[in-house]
Design a protein around this ligand. Structure first.
Ligand SMILES: Nc1ncnc2c1ncn2[C@@H]1O[C@H](COP(=O)(O)OP(=O)(O)OP(=O)(O)O)[C@@H](O)[C@H]1O
Length: 243
């Protein structure tokens, strides 16, 4: 008997309006992202890409419709359970990296494991330890080992981006969500970063939902999604931003 994996992400009848806004930001009838699929999400500034990623991560909840991640309806979880689910199953690389500035780069990476028993278990199942896995990912991201002991606040923006990527990837979550993760990297590092992200996601069977304005990166992905084409509220969302 074959087992069909739940999609990594399933949106159905989704509507989201920011508090105080006059119109919906997102109105998406349906979107499925298959397990292991690599999706490049594109859309003009202010079109709702970051909002969509926040919904997929369960950081915010829609007013209507549902968001499922790996078969779990996020709104069915209490706020605390949603935080734990996110820690176990979703790796974020956000525009604002949310590193803790006073913690070392290494401790920032390890934090993802500290909050997630499932990530720790997956690292152990692969025959490694969180510290060894953090060092492996850092080396693959071309982060000098000497940098790992430094407080995150003392790193360049490009270095912080790579620390954030290692933190997202450690312990192999089933979904990686990345918002402009290469914006502060030079061209060579950008290519290395994308290659690593894709390889690590493939090795983990993780789906990747990736937002970038850099069109050249789209070729690396299985599918390009135009947010404006699937968002029935796109005109209203853009107008709201300009209001
Ligand atoms: N925290 C918030 N509170 C209220 N409105 C918000 C908030 N965050 C975003 N918005 C509004 O939602 C709309 C979509 O913003 P969002 O950041 O999702 O767009 P984006 O496509 O990611 O833009 P960019 O490419 O510039 O990062 C905009 O009109 C924005 O003003």
């Amino acid at each position: 008997m074959s087992v069909i994996a739940a999609p990594a992400v399933r949106l159905a009848g989704l509507r989201y309006r920011w508090p105080g806004a006059q119109a919906d930001c997102l109105d998406i009838e349906r979107l499925d992202i298959a397990s292991g699929e690599r999706v490049f999400l594109r859309g003009p500034s202010g079109s709702g890409k970051t909002t969509l990623l926040s919904l997929v991560g369960g950081v915010i909840l829609p007013q209507a419709g549902s968001v499922e991640v790996s078969g779990q309806v996020l709104a069915a979880l209490s706020s605390g359970a949603r935080d734990r689910f996110r820690a176990d199953h979703v790796g974020f690389v956000f525009q604002l990296f949310n590193l803790l500035p006073w913690l070392s780069a290494l401790d920032n990476i390890l934090l993802a494991c500290r909050f997630s028993p499932q990530r720790r278990a997956r690292v152990a199942a692969a025959g490694s330890t969180p510290a060894a896995e953090a060092a492996r990912l850092a080396a693959r991201l071309d982060l000098d080992p000497g940098l790992l002991a430094r407080p995150a606040a003392q790193l360049s923006v490009g270095q912080q981006q790579r620390v954030a990527a290692a933190r997202a990837l450690i312990g192999r979550p089933g979904l990686v969500v990345a918002d402009e993760p290469t914006s502060a990297l030079d061209a060579d590092r950008q290519q290395a970063f994308i290659a690593l992200l894709l390889e690590e996601c493939a090795a983990a069977g993780a789906a990747l939902l990736f937002v970038s304005h850099d069109q050249r990166l789209a070729a690396h992905f299985d599918r390009v999604l135009e947010l404006d084409h699937m968002n029935r509220a796109s005109a209203a969302c853009a107008a709201e931003g300009g209001a």
